[in-house]
Design a protein around this ligand. Sequence first.
Ligand SMILES: [Zn+2]
Ligand SMILES: [Zn+2]
Length: 225
Amino acid sequence: MTSNDSAPGFQLKIVPVTQLQQNAMVFWSTESMRGVLIDPGGEVDRLMQVINDLNVTIEQIWLTHGHIDHAGGAAESKRRLNCDIIGPHADDQFLLDDLTPGTYGIAEAESFTPDKYLSDGDTLDFEGLTFNILHCPGHSPGSVVLHQPQLGLAFVGDVLFQGSIGRTDLPRGNHQQLINSITNKLWPLGNAVSFVPGHGPGSTFEQERQTNNFVADSVLAGSHD
Ligand SMILES: [Zn+2]
Ligand SMILES: [Zn+2]
């Protein structure tokens, strides 16, 4: 899904932010013009300008995980938008406690506690849509994926990328746990699901099951972990 694709009645704008080109997103209803801001990692001034230009009213901030490039601008965004921060899973609070201004040039980075943590099986209702929450540890212990079945769309943070998977060398990362999250939680959602990762272009689960260097079916068939 690219930044210009749209589902009936809904639209997604992807805004890569920070030196790490993290995919911050605005997802909104074109009828009500109400939206959510997902992973505002930094460049909050620019994000606010985008939201203003779109004329969207942001109701909530959703976070996929606690790394600074995804969560660094959340506290400042909350202040400016006057809305709640939802997610990630509580197991990422240690990362949210360690958001230090200036890291990766993210001047506004600031520690916080979300208004609500997300757990496996939770749902988020937004403008008639229900997003299902899947706890997918491995890249970080508190990573969550947000899946919307009717749109066939998932926001996966740094769990899965086009052609790759998230790093597992960061604190409390775990390679096998990440593989298990992808194969046990994501693949059962169906090959047709389109996903937006935390960095780089989107893809589908089908494409990754065919071609991903780490989690293609053919690759995993040859591993004996
Ligand atoms: Zn990350
Ligand atoms: Zn990231």
